[in-house]
Design a protein around this ligand. Structure first.
Ligand code: MTE
Length: 311
């Protein structure tokens, strides 16, 4: 197996003076929107409580999966390829300080500290179904906010047709990155209208607490109508692009994982059917729903598209 070399720092990741000055301008606008108490707690350690409001409108009414299962049965290849390794090894990850680079087709690019990213947002609890491509599912009470609200602050230009997300690359702490099982760093992408959909969220916690490292601390994406692998963890870069960006699982096995990756019981994975799923904590398998049960909200985004071709 090929072991990948660490990525070199690209010039786009270094903040130049003009960007720094625009950053100050950006922070002044953010400060005007009000500093909320969670900013302090969001930077706190796993397990600390997070203040939030509940969003019943966007939440599923299903019973959430047990906290112990959500935090001990994970996919996070940066810490190993089996489900138990993330809970074992993710505590090695330092999540403070944390910054996110915003670049590409936006008026306000730069490197922003996580606190500044979070400042103007009110945290909400949203209970979403998560359906993994491996045919298991969970119901998770996430805490976060709409990605759309964040995107608007950076003012994407008319060239921004897609959004690409990149996970941290730090093999010393993310020991799974010491092996070339995937093309590191993990990358994912959404079409702009998917990214702007009110269901799409950035999560900083779950079950009323700061995000456990194994679930993608300090900040991760959650796209509930897509297979779980689209919900990229531990994000350090958000780029606005004109072209469809590459995604890790598509690069790894293009015949198995496409760019869209909408939950679709009618399109089989080449090695198994996607018709059924096992909800963690339940014995009997249940039927998988189109768009993971979010068809009323998102089906219009794919009108006229052949979902067998754009899987
Ligand atoms: N993000 C990164 N960076 N690395 C990963 O290996 N796994 C994905 C996704 N995000 C993954 C990732 C997959 S396959 C799934 S199913 C979900 O995270 C699992 O999220 P959970 O462990 O919080 O349930």
């Amino acid at each position: 197996m090929l072991i990948k070399k660490p990525a070199t720092i690209k010039s786009s990741e270094i903040t130049d003076e003009a960007i720094y000055l625009r950053r100050r301008e950006f922070l002044q606008t953010s400060a005007g929107l009000g500093l909320l108490p969670f900013v302090k707690t969001a930077a706190a350690k796993t397990g600390a409580s997070l203040q939030h409001v509940k969003n019943a409108k966007l939440s599923s009414s299903e019973k959430p999966t047990a906290y112990e299962s959500i935090t001990s049965y994970n996919n996070f290849y940066e810490f190993g390829t089996d489900k138990e390794s993330p809970a074992k090894y993710a505590n090695r990850l330092t999540t403070e300080p944390w910054s996110i680079v915003i670049d590409g087709a936006v008026n306000k690019p730069g490197r922003y500290q996580l606190e500044d990213i979070l400042k103007p947002h009110t945290l909400e609890e949203r209970i979403y179904r998560l359906r993994c491509v491996e045919r298991w599912s969970m119901v998770v009470p996430w805490i976060g906010f709409s990605l759309a609200d964040l995107i608007k602050r950076f003012e994407p230009t008319s060239k921004a047709k897609y959004v690409q997300f990149t996970t941290l690359y730090r093999p010393k702490e993310m020991i799974g990155q010491q092996r070339g099982v995937l093309n590191w760093p993990y990358v994912e992408g959404l079409r702009m209208d998917e990214a702007m959909h009110p269901l799409t969220m950035l999560a900083v916690g779950l079950y009323g607490k700061v995000m456990p490292n194994q679930n993608g601390a300090p900040i991760r994406l959650v796209v509930p109508w897509k297979y779980g692998y689209k919900s990229i963890k531990s994000i350090v870069k958000i780029s606005f692009t004109e072209q469809e960006p590459p995604t890790t699982w598509n690069l790894s096995a293009p015949s198995e994982y496409g760019f869209y990756s909408n939950v679709n019981p009618q399109v089989d994975h080449p090695r198994w059917s996607q018709r059924k799923e096992r909800r963690i904590g339940e014995f009997l398998r249940r039927d998988t729903l189109m768009f993971n049960g979010y068809a009323d909200e998102v089906a219009h985004l794919y009108k006229g598209m052949d979902l067998r071709k754009y899987y």
